[in-house]
Design a protein around this ligand. Structure first.
Ligand code: 5GP
Ligand code: MN
Length: 317
């Protein structure tokens, strides 16, 4: 059984590093920190490495211990969480240099790039996958670990709203709530509170919003200059793609943001009921989930928009 192999690897390793995808979201950070805390329960120390993360997540227990580079070049074991492909992994040199590698994820588009891969594509969050692993091993989840894990679940399910939310999700949430995890506070900090820059960017996104394809597609964008104008920091673009998705009749919301003044845009795509946006994004070398996916596409705003629309049209009813 894969999980027993994972435990064997963990026991053998005397140095462990935990990595996740670039521009980490709540699920990435929550799962990474919870993995570190869980390993401590079996007397294993692990380093969590991330180049940068949004200050929204500064409330998470032990986030002050997140490193920007490793304490050593070669670790015995590297664990990747919430990351579908090696290409998307932040600080991937530590993964490449590790003696053994484990991938824990919930993306259907995961291409199994580890020595051991534990991927559950029907799980709404990688945090929920980790909760399943911890319950298999009978690891006691304390309030700190529970706070990290609930943050992953809440951010990846939009506060239990997205269709990928399962009965298990609510059962895990009920269990953690009874233990004292403050779910309401996590929702407030991660879903409701907006930074000023995010609010300013929302206004720009709304102003530029185009409703296309007989009302089925919403499109908007921000440039590097917009982000500079509002003093945007890491993570300030989060949630902007939802503005289009929430408009009546819209099946696909496309939001693109410019990368470093280049002719390249990071795409965020969401769908309502039937378009598999992960398939659409795979066409551009990206991926994700059926209702939430992304990719990096070359070109200026008009070019990127046309490339994406051409692909999306094929899926519209
Ligand atoms: P977001 O739009 O929130 O950045 O990403 C939505 C989903 O798509 C997330 O699950 C994220 O991991 C995935 N995703 C975003 N960009 C990429 C990409 O360039 N490649 C792959 N494989 N997945 C992506
Ligand atoms: Mn996730």
């Amino acid at each position: 059984m894969t999980l027993d192999e994972i435990l064997e690897e963990v026991k053998k390793a005397s140095s462990i590093v935990i990595l996740t995808h670039e521009t980490p979201d709540g699920d990435a950070i929550g799962t990474a920190l919870a993995t570190k805390l869980a390993l401590e329960k079996i007397d294993k120390n692990a380093d969590v490495i991330m180049s940068k993360y949004a200050r929204t997540f500064d409330f998470l227990p032990r986030c002050n211990e997140i490193l920007t580079e490793g304490k050593q070049e070669k670790y015995d074991l590297a664990i990747s969480v919430d990351c579908a492909t090696f290409k998307r992994l932040d600080n991937r040199e530590y993964f490449e240099n590790a003696k053994r590698t484990i991938v824990i994820d919930h993306h259907g588009s995961n291409n199994m790039y580890g020595d051991i891969n534990y991927v559950n594509p029907v799980s709404p969050a990688c945090s929920e996958v980790l909760l399943g692993i911890l319950s298999y091993f009978g690891v006691e989840v304390d309030v700190d670990m529970g706070t990290c894990l609930m943050t992953g679940i809440i951010t990846d399910t939009g506060g239990f709203q997205y269709p990928a939310t399962t009965a298990d999700t609510f059962e895990y949430a009920a269990e953690l709530l009874r233990k004292g995890v403050n779910i309401s506070d996590i929702c407030k900090k991660t879903l409701q509170t907006k930074t000023k820059a995010n609010f300013e960017l929302s206004k720009i996104v709304m102003d530029r919003m185009e409703i296309l394809e007989n009302g089925k597609v919403a499109f908007s964008y921000i440039t590097t200059k917009d982000m500079e104008d509002v003093n945007a920091e890491e993570g300030d673009h989060e949630g902007l793609v939802n503005i289009g998705r929430n408009i009546e009749g819209v099946e696909v919301s496309i939001f693109i943001r410019q990368r470093d003044n280049e002719d390249a845009y990071k795409v965020s795509m969401r769908s309502g009921e039937y378009v598999n946006v992960s398939d659409v994004c795979l066409m551009f070398g990206g991926g994700g989930h059926p209702r939430a996916a992304g990719a990096l596409v070359q070109g200026n705003v008009e070019e990127v928009k046309e490339k994406l629309l051409k692909e999306v049209r094929k899926y519209l009813k």
